[in-house]
Write a protein that binds this ligand. Structure first.
Ligand code: DHB
Length: 514
């Protein structure tokens, strides 16, 4: 009898796996499977072939998100060219909608008319309350500038198409689902890149010219994608999903305010905000909630000073150099050449704004002589910026940060990812070192067995306090020091946001692609 039972179980199991295998997705792009869409940008209409909701792996685990949308200008099917590009050589713009490390759908060419958080917030409808148990501000919902809300936000997808780019946007799993924990988000985008490269000959656009774009968590993953091309650390995950048999390196990276280098970001934040002893008042659009104006506790003040102190060792160990080869180090107090270098980046930002004719007199922390910004008072600059997060900003001791959830597993929802927080917390459960590593672009840039993107454009608003501005400064400088081509700036007075300078973005993209 037991034998029969066993036999039945085996039979049922085989039938089950057989059925599952039947749902394996075909990874060959079908050029005929499109809907024509008529799009309008600034009063000008144009047509694209829209290939939407393509599952980009053979064995997906979550088809709500593991999908690609591809848009190809109709002109390319009658041999026409746009902006000097043809169907054969048009670059592929690869924007993602990832925000807050939440699950994200692929971007569409016709943005929803409903009020929505800006692209980098992912698909969070207005009025959303923060998930239970999460304190405000929580990663991703803290700081939307009102001007970037709703249907009027600039569409990178439309702009790209109007300039002759093929657009491919992939959805990706995120921290709130059991299968969306790190490294799911990067594995998904890499799988989508492999799909595009695998199908290069079947699809308009040049898959050797993929330009990735994202903001905040999406900027972080854009950077991670560019840093880690073809590195084998991701292979087991890609294999398990049945990713297409192709490479996953990309040509260029655009990253706005990347919330990256997460395992060092707490130190960066306190190096910057130590001495600012309360978080600023913030109102959350679409929510009747305000947060902030809260004084740091005595424990938090102590933590801030400890984290600030360890930043010196971290940055000195990177051995960064400035444009004249000078060593960008810090002393024990956190002062020195690296700080001067960050100041110079802010001065350059103010100078650019002054050159546009903006009156900057109200910013008393700027020293302006004639038409030149000659200095800033760093401490007053940081006050103007305002502190948004309490220490530790990312690896919260009570596991309340979005990033704690990112580093969870299917069994443990939230975990630590720094030794500092694990040691100082009551619940000590910590993510695998290997997983923390594969989420950090800094660990891969320029490695011999890795094809790091050659071209980078990194922007971090000079008034963005979602992460320390040194996160972007370090990323940009490290890339530059390793010989990569970096266009880096801190756009003046911009809060946490992206895609605000699309004309400049595509001028840069055209320069490197043509
Ligand atoms: C985002 C913002 C955060 O403050 C954060 O910690 C993580 C992500 C975001 O906007 O994507």
């Amino acid at each position: 009898k037991i034998n029969y039972l066993l036999y039945t179980v085996v039979l049922l199991y085989s039938a089950f796996t057989f059925c599952q295998e039947k749902s394996v997705y075909d990874l060959n792009f079908n050029p005929e499977n499109y809907k024509m869409q008529e799009l309008t940008l600034e009063g000008k209409s144009f047509k694209v072939r829209a290939y939407e909701n393509i599952v980009y792996v053979a064995n997906p685990v979550d088809t709500s998100y593991q999908k690609l949308n591809i848009y190809i200008p109709e002109e390319y099917f009658s041999g026409k060219s746009i902006n000097g590009y043809t169907g054969a050589n048009a670059p592929i713009f690869f924007p993602n909608e990832i925000g807050g490390y939440m699950p994200a759908h692929p971007a569409t060419a016709s943005p929803s008319k409903k009020g929505k958080f800006p692209s980098h917030m992912g698909d969070i409808p207005a009025g959303t309350k923060p998930p239970e148990g999460e304190k405000l501000p929580l990663g991703g919902l803290g700081s939307m500038p009102m001007g970037m809300m709703g249907p009027n936000r600039p569409s990178a997808v439309l702009t790209a198409l109007s300039k002759g780019y093929v657009v491919a946007s992939a959805g990706a799993r995120g921290r709130t689902t059991k299968t969306g924990k790190a490294p799911a988000v990067i594995v998904d985008l890499k799988a989508a890149i492999r799909y595009l490269k695998f199908n290069d000959s079947r699809m308009a656009g040049d898959a050797n010219k993929i330009v990735s774009n994202g903001t905040s968590a999406g900027g972080a993953i854009s950077a991670l994608l560019g840093a880690t091309g073809n590195n084998t650390d991701y292979d087991p995950y890609l294999k398990a999903l049945g990713a297409a048999n192709a490479t996953d390196d990309i040509f260029a990276v655009s990253a706005y305010c990347p919330i990256t280098n997460l395992d060092n970001a707490d130190m960066v934040y306190e190096w910057q905000f130590n001495g600012i002893n309360s978080t600023a008042q913030r109102k959350f659009p679409g929510m009747n909630t305000t947060a902030g104006n809260t004084a740091l506790t005595a424990d938090q003040l102590k933590i801030s000073s400890e984290l600030k102190k360890s930043f010196t060792a971290y940055v000195n160990n990177l051995q960064l150099t400035g444009s004249r080869g000078e060593k960008l180090t810090l002393d024990e107090k956190g002062n020195g050449a690296f700080k001067d270098y960050v100041k110079k980046c802010v001065i350059a930002s103010a100078q650019k704004e002054l050159d546009k004719g903006t009156d900057l007199a109200k910013h008393a922390w700027l020293t302006i002589k004639g038409k030149k910004v000659t200095d800033i008072d760093f401490e007053s600059y940081i006050k103007y910026m305002t502190r948004m997060k309490t220490p530790p900003a990312f690896d919260a001791l009570d596991l309340s940060a979005g990033e704690n959830q990112l580093f969870g597993t299917d069994k443990i929802d939230k975990q630590h990812f720094t030794a500092f927080s694990a040691n100082n917390a009551q619940v000590k459960s910590t993510a695998d070192a290997a997983i923390i590593k594969i989420m950090n672009p800094m660990k891969y840039i320029g490695l011999p067995n890795t094809n790091t993107s050659k071209y980078w454009r990194i922007r971090h608003g000079s008034k963005d306090s979602d992460t320390g501005l040194a996160v972007s400064v370090i990323l940009a400088t490290y890339l530059e020091n390793k010989g990569f081509n970096v266009d880096f700036a801190l756009p003046w007075d911009k809060p946490h946001s992206g895609d605000y300078d699309l004309e400049e973005l595509f001028a840069w993209a055209d320069t490197i692609c043509k």
